[in-house]
Design a protein. Structure first.
Length: 605
């Protein structure tokens, strides 16, 4: 048994106090290690950098502890109990690390629990203590770490079968609000911290059918005692991270449903999609898992070319479950889908990076996006979701609706999830071919290992959905449902860059390949101060560019660092890269049935 005690000892200083005690059966050097990354988020984060102090003790005597590398320590310990005491700085307002102040505490095990090498399989006990002081008397603990009793939300002792389980249960501590619902007889709790005025009853009522939809698709839940949504409401933030029986989420407080307001706002719809995404990971990623992630080396990058399947397929089903569960209308779902298609269409990176490359390079590209990202890469989330859509519709059309991607996912669950067998690099492709009976090799070659465009218009037509691209009048138009006023509009000149306001000035954030800005020599980071000698603001820039006659040049004045520079810019006509979708009228009964089967029900065969 390895024992940990953790306490948010100095909330004002953002410091956790952690003690680890392990019984050594022989006198030898003991190595300890803290992960460099957290499963589900594929970037080296070097959590050990937040360890402020560390000491080792045996029989009340302080003993040497030496650092071997950035995240590994060694002790010349003797037989008996070894105690390691250390402090962890926690000031990362995300779902990936640890956070502590006077309002709340949160941690992932990868940020606070040292691994005792050679004893990774031993059971662990964790004693979670409250912060000192009367002001914290109302704080509670929210986690799915098991307890020997059923006193959820209490401080005290929790346990895990091994280190792998220990680090897969995030912990929220604070003055929390929570409510519950059931799916397939399993309790599901929603915990919210941070300042908010959430209608938590409505939130639970909306989450329940979404979770039921996923459960029904897989013919039941995995073996879990309970599930926990940990939600932190902030002024501005968005993200989630999956765990074996919980999900940690961060969102804008304004995205949560408010009391006395029944509207389905865009923010709330997006939040439900995030919850749906992380819940689907209960099956896809946490249990249907790449072989290389079964026992990953958390000290360095672990590579796979299949994140498109694990994150992309999940991203396809997250919004699909919203319409299947009746939480949003078909039109609302098509709006979300159109925006996904627009995001994919607008970046030239789609012709340079394949989905398998995007998956492999997640560590250095997707999680480290810079100003050149739209020109050099694609998202295995977004493009992966569109490939999943195309694969689903291809299977449906090729089998006359007898088989679907739902069937493929159920097969993967039974073959790999239930049995805890790791998924090899080509197993998803093999499964899709096996279940559908179709020759899908060319599909995967074209869209996973090459950069061919997806035939989305043709495939969507098979379910009675029309697709058309149009020229956006404003850069913030990301597409949606068809609007006749948007079609046939004259293409306007554009700069070919993204920008943001900086006071009264305009900062270029991204410059697109082949666009007017790039051809003129403008670069990301340049601060545009004037166009044709007149001051430019973020609110006016697009309009100024749009009024330039076709083929004419304008003088753009900008600061690059501290140097004032001038650029002759010839705006180029905007292209039709914005997607509109619509439900086609007068489709035959077969297509209508195809659409209903796709959007309205979970197919089970």
């Amino acid at each position: 048994m390895i024992s940990y005690t953790i306490q948010p000892l100095y909330p004002e200083a953002h410091l956790f106090q952690v003690e680890l005690t392990v019984h050594l059966t022989s006198s030898k050097e003991q190595i300890l290690f803290l992960p460099a990354w957290i499963p589900g988020s594929y970037m080296i984060r070097d959590f050990a950098r937040n360890i402020v102090t560390i000491e080792a003790w045996q029989r009340s005597d302080k003993i040497p502890i030496e650092k071997l590398d950035k995240q590994t320590w060694i002790c010349p310990a003797e037989k008996g109990e070894l105690t390691i005491a250390y402090q962890v700085y926690a000031w990362d307002l995300s779902v990936r690390s640890a956070y502590l102040d006077t309002t709340r505490a949160f941690f992932n095990g990868t940020s606070v629990f040292l691994k005792v090498l050679g004893k990774e399989s031993e059971p662990c006990e964790v004693n979670i203590l409250p912060p000192p002081g009367e002001r914290y008397r109302h704080w509670k603990v929210a986690t799915t770490l098991p307890r020997h009793d059923s006193s959820y939300y209490a401080f005290g002792k929790y346990h895990a079968e091994n280190y792998d389980e220990l680090i897969d249960h995030p912990v929220e501590i604070g003055d929390i609000v929570y409510s519950s619902f059931e799916v397939a007889g399993i309790p599901h709790d929603v915990v919210i911290s941070g300042r908010h005025s959430t209608d938590i009853t409505r939130l639970c009522n909306d989450l329940k059918p979404i979770c039921e939809q996923h459960s029904a698709m897989f013919n039941g839940l995995p073996h879990i005692e309970r599930f926990l949504f940990i939600v932190f409401a902030v002024g501005d933030g968005y993200g989630g991270l999956e765990h074996r029986s919980s999900a940690a989420l961060i969102c804008k407080r304004d995205d949560l449903p408010m009391l006395s307001c029944s509207d389905m706002t865009e923010g709330y719809r997006q939040f439900l999609g995030l919850c749906s995404h992380e819940y689907f990971h209960l099956w896809n990623v946490k249990r249907i898992k790449p072989e290389v992630f079964k026992n990953p080396d958390l000290s360095k990058e672990v590579y796979t070319t299949t994140l498109w399947a694990f994150e992309g397929i999940t991203s396809y089903y997250d919004d699909l479950a919203l319409v299947r569960s009746g939480r949003v209308t078909t039109e609302s779902y098509l709006e979300l889908l159109a925006r996904q298609i627009t995001r994919e269409k607008r970046g030239s990176g789609r012709s340079k990076q394949t989905l398998s490359e995007s998956s492999f390079d997640a560590w250095i590209k997707f999680y480290k996006q810079d100003e050149n990202a739209p020109n050099s890469m694609i998202s295995y989330y977004n493009k992966g979701a569109l490939v999943a859509l195309a694969l689903d519709l291809t299977i449906r059309r090729g089998t006359g609706g007898e088989k679907t991607l739902d069937d493929v996912m159920r097969y993967l669950w039974q073959r790999f999830g239930v049995t805890s067998i790791g998924v090899q690099e080509d197993d998803v492709e093999i499964a899709a071919t096996k279940i559908s009976g179709l020759a899908l090799g060319d599909f995967f070659d074209r869209h996973i290992r090459n950069t061919n465009e997806l035939p989305l218009a043709d495939l969507l037509e098979s379910v009675g959905v029309g697709l058309q691209y149009y020229v956006a009048k404003q850069s913030d138009d990301m597409g949606g449902l068809r609007d006749s006023s948007k079609f046939g509009a004259r293409a306007l000149p554009v700069l070919g860059a993204r920008f943001k306001a900086l006071g009264q000035d305009v900062v270029l954030t991204h410059v697109y390949d082949g666009g007017a800005a790039q051809l003129a020599g403008l670069s990301a980071g340049d601060v545009i101060v004037a166009v044709s000698g007149i001051r430019a603001t973020a609110g006016e820039l697009e309009g100024k560019i749009a009024r330039v006659p076709e083929g004419e040049s304008i003088l753009v004045t900008a600061f690059r660092r501290d140097e004032l520079m001038e650029f002759q810019v010839t705006p180029r006509m905007a292209c039709a890269d914005t997607c509109a979708l619509w439900l086609m009228d007068d489709v035959d009964q077969e297509i209508q049935e195809n659409r209903n089967n796709w959007l309205s029900t979970v197919s089970t065969h």
